[in-house]
Design a binder for this molecule. Structure first.
Ligand code: SF4
Length: 367
């Protein structure tokens, strides 16, 4: 079952999940959410951990920047039809018997013709109707991410970094076009204010949709077994250390004391007073200032040596130092880079996960 209908701006504020006469309806943007959290929402449990004002500001900033991404895409030669935010088109798709997914596509459009923005302008001015008609309209899912999440998405690809966004776009494609076409994830880095995009081939988008639908089927089975009972809870999908739990509006309901326990892990063995911490910070600042000044001295000395070497017309020369004779010479270094967009387009997510791996390290930053 697939329906499309105009909706009002209020549609953006629908609950993440709700029971319907036919079963369960889930908001498309909540496809990756914890199923227990969806159950709490559908059974109308009170929120115990409302989002901090800073999180709401971040969310609103992301929403406000979406039209900026659309305009940037148009400047780069894309043909983009963006949603009317006061009257967005609502799409409902049946994910499995008894479960529907409803959402509002951000935009649809086509990539620029071969040759980029310049070719698009030329096509516009001189016309190439055949090419215009042939270009297939695709769903464009617009996202905004902080620098770290943006880098993660570019490197790993959307299916690994944010699979729910691919499933969401696939849902819109099914709803709007009646088939799962290629989908486009366009993302803005809120730090550098640059944007990029990834095209997910239709087959892979459909797979993401099927994975997301399969997760939701478990909730429908849970309801069939228990009815809409707020105390009969599905299993947790995450644990207290995961960011999903840390930001969950039902954290205290689901894991009373869970967040505190997670924080306890990072408590230092020996307590450090505020005064000791301030002293450590001052020591850090002094060390940083010394390092900066030494780095500047080093750069200046290297520059002088480089001029000396080039005036000699040599690439290498020996020179007496304070304790020994040293070699001063130009060396070449080569960097290799990987075009992650091409790699992501060529390989299945499973193959990519064997090639592009990620390691997480933790360090303290003072800014
Ligand atoms: S606290 Fe974590 S496990 Fe519990 S409902 Fe929220 S996200 Fe799910």
């Amino acid at each position: 079952m697939t329906t499309t209908a105009p909706a009002s701006a209020d549609a953006y504020h629908r609950p993440a999940a709700r029971f319907t006469a036919g079963g369960l309806d889930v908001r498309a943007s909540a496809l990756g959410q914890c199923r227990r959290a969806l159950w709490y929402t559908a059974t109308e449990q009170p929120v115990t951990n409302p989002p901090e004002p800073e999180s709401l500001t971040l969310l609103e900033t992301g929403n406000a920047l979406e039209p900026v991404v659309v305009r940037a895409m148009r400047r780069a030669g894309w043909t983009v039809a963006a949603a009317d935010r006061d009257e967005p088109v609502s799409v409902t798709v049946e994910a499995a018997p008894g479960v529907t997914v409803t959402g509002h596509p951000d935009a649809t459009g086509c990539p620029p013709p071969e040759g980029g923005a310049a070719a698009a302008v030329e096509q516009f001015l001189f016309g190439d109707e055949a090419q215009k008609v042939e270009a297939e309209e695709l769903v464009i899912e617009v996202k905004t991410r902080g620098p770290e999440a943006f880098k993660c998405w570019q490197t790993l690809g959307a299916e690994r970094s944010h699979p729910e966004s691919v499933a969401q776009a696939a849902c819109y494609s099914l709803g709007l076009f009646g088939e799962c076409r290629d989908v486009v994830i366009a993302t803005l880095d809120t730090g550098s204010r640059t944007w990029d995009y990834e095209v997910i081939p239709a087959g892979r988008a459909e797979l993401a949709w099927r994975d997301a639908s399969g997760r939701l089927e478990a909730l429908v089975e849970h309801r069939a077994l228990n009815g809409p009972d707020p105390t009969a809870l599905p299993e947790r999908d995450f644990n207290a250390a995961d960011w999903q739990c840390k930001r969950c509006p039902y954290l205290n309901l689901c894991q009373p004391g869970g967040a505190g326990e997670a924080e306890d892990d990072t408590e230092p063995a020996e307590p450090v007073s505020d005064e000791q911490a301030r002293e450590a910070l001052r020591g850090y600042e002094q060390a940083q200032a010394r390092i900066k000044s030494l780095e500047a001295d080093k750069r200046g000395a290297l520059k002088t040596l480089q001029h000396w070497l080039s005036r000699k017309g040599a690439t290498k020369a020996r020179l007496e130092g304070s304790s020994k004779t040293r070699t001063v010479g130009m060396v070449q270094s080569r960097r290799y880079s990987v075009d992650h967009k091409r790699l992501n387009a060529l390989l299945e997510p499973e193959q990519r996960s064997e090639i592009v791996t990620d390691q997480v390290s933790e360090y303290l930053r003072v800014s």
